[in-house]
Design a protein around this ligand. Sequence first.
Ligand SMILES: [Zn+2]
Length: 156
Amino acid sequence: MAKIIVFNNDTDRMETYYRGENEPMPYNTNGTLRVREFRGSSKSSTLWTTKRTMQSWNSQRYIYGSAIPVGFAFKRPWEGGHGNQSQHYAGVAFDVGQRLSQSQRTRLWNSANNSGVWSFVEPISLTPTWVHFDKRFRYSSLLNWWLSSTKKRKFE
Ligand SMILES: [Zn+2]
């Protein structure tokens, strides 16, 4: 059972959920994003994201029209990763399509890049074996304050 903290962009408040690893993430529709997919290999007992990120996933999944295999979304800073690690630490980024063929991955990249859903889709030249997209948050938001105080607490 994971504790999942969701920053609700509409109310500017943090919400707390408890979900099993095989259950969908809060705000996910049609079971297209399970807790275990969101966490990937992260060992954190607490995960976090934003409502806007989850809604963006729903839109992207609908636009793409097929299952999107997720490598991971959430990672704590010391759990490895790549250049845009801070967006993964904020729980607003996805690394997907690792198990797709190159042509399928290119179709997914084009879908993400053209969907208008994401703040940032990493160039395909920098992500040869996965697709990275993220939904950045306002630095004036409660989430940003919460993230910086969470880093200081360094809990498991
Ligand atoms: Zn990434």
